[in-house]
Design a protein around this ligand. Structure first.
Ligand SMILES: NC(=O)c1ccc[n+]([C@@H]2O[C@H](COP(=O)([O-])OP(=O)(O)OC[C@H]3O[C@@H](n4cnc5c(N)ncnc54)[C@H](OP(=O)(O)O)[C@@H]3O)[C@@H](O)[C@H]2O)c1
Length: 219
């Protein structure tokens, strides 16, 4: 398949690009700083574009089968985070103009403001308040996609990310804001970035989770 990857220079994005190339896909990495992408491959094209401009993106989206995003924006205590909604708005408009119908993006567990009430103490009272501005904008982006009827979107929600390559572990999935264990409590708290990339790419081979948001973790 022909895949355009946004956030390709990021920690998860680089796993996604490498695995996609290993699987035989043709990848266009849409980046702001080409020098940051260390992967080199005959089937990899690196282009510079403005992720907040549909006009800038659409030329690179033409002819793609799918757009995948591992974009991330820093948390802020003083102002709202807007990168997720602004970039997704530009991506969707560019997709319409370029006639690309499939987008797979990542957010996080606990994007819904009240969904962390069963999470462990440190996550609930320390981590989630620290990153709430990021989670809020992810939640707004998810709501925007839920209203986007003409595009086949999927949101992948991982818990905390670790810098680990892809494993062969089975995934647990749940259509919700976290993956519950048998007692309804969050089933663990971390996943390897390589496994998130592996899960996102596995969606290319099936119609699973189209127009849905799926929380994931490895077993
Ligand atoms: N950390 C966690 O435990 C955790 C848990 C769940 C979900 N997440 C979310 O998962 C996603 C991926 O995380 P990660 O750690 O792999 O991300 P990351 O390493 O921080 O990478 C973020 C990517 O977004 C790109 N980006 C940011 N602003 C941009 C802009 N204005 N124009 C173009 N590109 C821009 C960065 O480009 P540059 O390389 O040029 O900076 C980079 O490629 C993020 O949304 C993160 O919030 C994180």
């Amino acid at each position: 398949m022909k895949i355009a990857v946004l956030g390709a220079t990021g920690q998860t994005g680089q796993h996604l690009v490498s695995q996609a190339l290993q699987q035989g896909h043709i990848v266009t990495a849409v980046v702001r700083n080409p020098a940051k992408l260390t992967v080199q491959h005959d089937n990899l094209k690196v282009v510079e574009a403005n992720i907040f401009s549909a006009d800038s993106l659409k030329v690179h989206f033409k002819g793609q089968d799918v757009i995948m995003s591992c974009l991330g924006f820093p948390t802020s205590f003083f102002s709202a985070v807007t990168g997720y909604t602004l970039s997704m708005n530009a991506m969707i408009n560019a997709m319409r103009e370029a006639r690309v119908n499939r987008v797979i993006t990542m957010t996080s567990w606990y994007t819904e403001p009240n969904s962390g009430t069963q999470s462990p103490y440190l996550i609930r009272f320390l981590l989630l308040p620290m990153i709430r501005s990021v989670l809020n904008n992810m939640y707004e982006m998810e709501a925007f996609l839920q209203k986007t009827e003409d595009i086949s979107w999927t949101v992948v929600r991982p818990p905390g990310l670790k810098n680990l390559p892809a494993s062969a572990q089975e995934f647990l999935t749940h259509e919700g804001y976290f993956v519950p264990d048998s007692s309804g409590q969050p089933a663990g708290g971390v996943v390897g970035r390589g496994d998130v990339a592996r899960f996102m790419l596995s969606l290319l081979n099936s119609n699973a989770w189209v127009k849905q948001a799926v929380a994931i973790i490895t077993k």
